[in-house]
Design a protein around this ligand. Structure first.
Ligand SMILES: *Cc1c(COP(=O)(O)O)cnc(C)c1O
Length: 435
């Protein structure tokens, strides 16, 4: 039951909640969207992104040293941007999508080491914590880079326990980097976390703590236990500005990739980005990065499962992290485990509220259809959560958004963010593709 109101009252106050509560697919447009030209008083700035980029640059040689798969990119955790013409034509022909501009897939499904977008935020936050300890311990000055593989440093790190609550992918990212640095690491996993993700984590040296409840239960337990330890550090997916900043650095990457493709983004040639959304941290961070680079010429949309519209319910009601989908009788049950969260991130919501152009919801069946269609047309495999953005260009085309905003659809560059998948084991891939 809602702690505030009954359902009828919610619907009376916010009519847009009615189809959301019924778990029907919706497309909601944000009337609170602000221009980047106005004073947004956001808690992060472009300067923080530049510092973040320099920080990762400083530790690229360490990453290359300990994770050989990152060596081709010099220790940078980056992913390809691929044009998916065959998928686009298929969507148009078979599903009447009418997509007119160019369509790309941002393949974070292929990010090195952790196989999902969580590698961006997770590695960034844990490396920052390790760096801080090295500075505090007198090993280096703040502007220097520590040699994290020094036995003295690893001994120092081994006194600390990193905690994280996860439905799977964030745990993998934090677990792998933390264990590599020599930290103890406890991953509190929700009941929807997949067995193979837990096994990978144990192999990496992390301690997997299995919770009976959903993500909300796992994260609360993890936070309480970790923070009661004086040597504990909790990576808090519901509040973290560090994770958010780590995700935002993808903006620089897109800028460079579009430059290389000779695609110029401006008001008449806008960029449309569609991101699968759980607590809002990764799509919010990516959006923050892109908005700081492309300003109002980038239009960002998030996609959530019809059964887990955490950020959407927070934004429509204006209650953000104060409400969970459970307050509306929505069950938070979806096969898209990366998106199976009931409550949005407090930190991310405050920024998303001003920058996101809209949010749509997708049924699980559609996610599986997109997974198959992408594989059959482009031979690219992604996990169910990672497909949610791919239906965005078709939905936008039909929504009337282009004519309302005076945009020529032929001039639009669409990017669907594919957020995870390369670590999915073969037997599961086969069963997903059979559907
Ligand atoms: C975590 C995750 C997301 C969503 O990120 P949030 O920060 O929770 O919004 C999307 N796709 C995949 C595959 C994920 O693991």
């Amino acid at each position: 039951m809602s702690p505030f109101r009954n359902l009828a009252e919610w619907i009376r106050l916010y009519p847009e909640m009615e189809p959301v509560i019924k778990m029907s697919p919706v497309f909601w447009f944000n009337s609170r969207l602000k221009s980047m030209e106005t004073d947004l008083s956001l808690p992060l700035r472009r300067m923080d992104m530049e510092r973040g980029r320099d920080f990762l640059e400083k530790y690229a040689s360490y990453i290359a040293e300990v994770f050989p798969s990152t060596r081709p990119l010099g220790g940078h955790i980056q992913s390809p941007l691929r044009e998916i013409n065959r998928f686009k034509f298929f969507e148009n022909e078979k599903h009447g999508a009418q997509i007119e501009g160019r369509m790309f897939l941002k393949c974070d499904s292929d990010l090195a080491v952790a196989g999902s977008i969580k590698a961006r935020g997770g590695f960034f936050e844990v490396l920052q914590f390790a760096h801080k300890l090295a500075v505090k311990g007198g090993f280096i000055k703040d502007e220097e880079a520590a040699k994290f593989s020094l036995p003295e440093l690893m001994k120092l790190f081994s006194k600390y326990t990193i905690g994280v609550g996860s439905t799977g992918n964030l745990g993998l990212s934090i677990g792998i980097i933390s264990a590599k640095l020599g930290f103890k690491v406890n991953v509190y996993m929700s009941n929807d976390a997949k067995e193979w993700k837990k096994n990978l984590l144990r192999d990496a040296g992390a301690n997997v703590i299995e919770e009976e409840g959903d993500f909300g239960v796992a994260i609360t337990k993890g936070r309480n236990e970790t923070l009661s330890n004086p040597y504990g550090y909790f990576v808090d997916d519901e509040n973290s500005s560090k994770l958010f900043l780590g995700y935002s650095l993808a903006g620089f990457e897109i800028q460079q990739q579009l430059d290389e493709l000779g695609i110029k983004i401006d008001k008449e040639h806008p960029l449309f980005v569609y991101s699968p959304c759980g607590v809002g941290g990764s799509p919010g961070g990516v959006m923050f990065g892109l908005k700081n680079i492309f300003g109002d010429s980038v239009h960002c949309f998030f996609a959530e499962p019809t059964h887990s519209p955490a950020v959407l319910t927070g934004l429509i009601t204006g209650k953000r992290e104060k409400v969970s989908v459970h307050d509306f009788g929505i069950d938070n049950i979806t096969e898209a485990d990366g998106l199976a969260v009931g409550r949005p991130s407090a930190f991310a919501s405050s920024i998303i509220d001003k920058l996101v152009s809209g949010i749509y919801t997708v049924e699980d069946e559609v996610l599986f259809r997109l997974l198959k269609d992408l594989f059959e047309t482009e031979n690219i495999f992604v996990e169910p959560s990672a497909t949610a953005g791919m239906i965005g260009p078709g939905l936008i085309q039909k929504s009337g958004y282009f004519s309302k905003h005076n945009i020529n659809p032929l001039n639009v560059t669409h990017i669907a963010w594919a957020t995870g998948g390369s670590l999915v084991p073969e037997n599961l891939r086969v069963s997903f593709l059979k559907g």
